[in-house]
Design a protein around this ligand. Structure first.
Ligand code: CAA
Length: 380
């Protein structure tokens, strides 16, 4: 057992840390207020290789391991979780999904542009009536011979308006239930594909979240991913890895809030001394640090399992439940350590607290993770 990072891991982590401090920190409050994320920043993340980290080098990817990816996710999330959710969706759900299950033509045409940041991807599974219950897809994809025709609505789609390529999950044969579901690659701008209004969100407000409507959208057959009926398994497999990325995002949000609280507690004085010298605050810091370190071990373990080719459904789900709860607990305590200052925007911790909540919801709520965990332990 070796808990040390390699030199390469440290270099990647430091590059992400540096980028987050120099490029993401300035303007993070304004981006949260205005609900926007400039294209130039997405391009810079692409130039640094953060958008296709684990994908094969022959399609422009970094060919890196999952540990490298979660180190980047943690560092970006300490400062700006809106940036890191774009990185997460593009890496774990879109690029990894295409790299692992796409055809040679799909990889050449789509993946090679997604890995470099030239194009951005979105993953479209959730629907107004199919969030946690993902097999209940109402969006239909009717087989018309050489193409499919898509009709329906998707909800809460990250990168909803900024993406160029969309992986869309839809029901082809309702009789076959989840075995009749397919996944497709859709290009922005095709006839009948409309982007709905932007959601007004509590947190990760810099990332754009939209509903999407499909009205008789034609998708060529060669844009289906995998065999007929593979769509639900495709979604489950990609989400399993995605959950490790979101766990790393939660870890980063918690670490960012903790570091701010620690610094603040060493400067702010009350009752004649820095507040970190009061046990009421010191014990909060001790609890925060302990749960962050426990989360880090769980996230690393899940990433390691994936890199070793072992099953990571269970360790990824456990890491997500634990790290996302830690993110909520730690950010709430970080606001408390800051007192009145914690409640105002310029101290950052209130934003981190708002951002933390989504990690208990997207890519499978904590309750869904507990279904995955309990089925896993009862089966084994
Ligand atoms: N890997 C491979 N196959 C899997 C799998 C996995 N991890 N999990 C399930 N499957 C397979 C099952 O084996 C089964 O196939 P067979 O019949 O061939 O055995 C099939 O999928 C159906 O599985 P279940 O019977 O377990 O299905 P279920 O209806 O009980 O639901 C669930 C399972 C785990 C609850 C699933 O519906 C789920 O994960 N729901 C949450 C959906 C989710 O995470 N949504 C996130 C939206 S995307 C997002 O948030 C991205 C973003 O923008 C940030």
């Amino acid at each position: 057992m070796d808990f040390k990072l390699t030199e390469e891991h440290i270099m990647i982590r430091d590059a992400a840390r540096d980028f987050a401090k120099t490029e993401l920190l300035p303007g993070v409050i304004e981006r949260d207020e205005k609900q926007e994320f400039p294209k130039e920043l997405v391009k810079k993340m692409g130039d640094l290789g953060f958008l296709g980290m684990m994908a094969s080098p022959e399609y422009g990817g970094g060919g890196m391991d999952t540990i490298s990816y979660i180190l980047v996710m943690e560092e970006l999330s300490k400062i700006d979780a809106s940036a890191s959710v774009m990185v997460s969706v593009n890496n774990s759900l879109v690029c990894w999904g295409l790299d692992t299950y796409g055809s040679e033509e799909q990889k050449k045409k789509y993946l090679s542009k997604l890995t470099t940041g030239e194009k951005l991807g979105a993953f479209c599974l959730s629907e107004p009536e199919a969030g946690s219950d993902a097999t209940s897809q109402r969006t239909t994809a009717i087989d018309k011979g050489d193409h499919y025709v898509l009709n329906g609505t998707k909800n809460w789609i990250t990168n909803g308006s900024s993406a160029d390529y969309y992986l869309v999950i839809a029901q082809t044969d309702r009789e076959k239930k989840h075995k009749g579901i397919n996944a497709f690659i859709l290009e922005k701008g095709v006839e009948g594909f409309e982007i709905g209004p932007k959601e007004q969100k509590m947190g990760i407000r810099g990332s754009d979240t939209h509903s999407l409507n499909f009205n008789d959208v034609k998708v060529p057959k060669e844009n289906r991913i995998g065999e007929d009926g593979f769509g639900f398994k495709f979604a489950m497999k990609t989400l399993s890895g995605g959950r490790i990325g979101i766990a790393a995002q939660a870890l980063g949000i918690a670490s960012g809030a903790y570091e701010l609280a620690l610094d603040y507690s060493k400067q702010r004085k009350a009752f004649g001394t820095e507040i970190c010298n009061h046990q009421a605050i010191a014990f909060k810091l001790a609890d925060m640090y302990t749960s962050i370190e426990a989360s880090r071990h769980m996230v690393m373990r899940a990433a390691w399992d994936k890199d070793q080719g072992q099953n990571y459904d269970l360790t990824g789900a456990m890491a997500k439940v634990y790290a996302s709860k830690t993110a909520m607990d730690v950010t709430t305590e970080a606001v408390q350590v800051h007192g009145g200052n914690g409640y105002v925007k310029e101290y950052h911790v209130e934003r981190l607290m708002r951002d933390a909540k989504i990690t208990q919801i997207y890519e499978g709520t904590s309750e869904i993770q507990k279904i995955v965990i309990s089925r896993g332990i009862l089966r084994d």
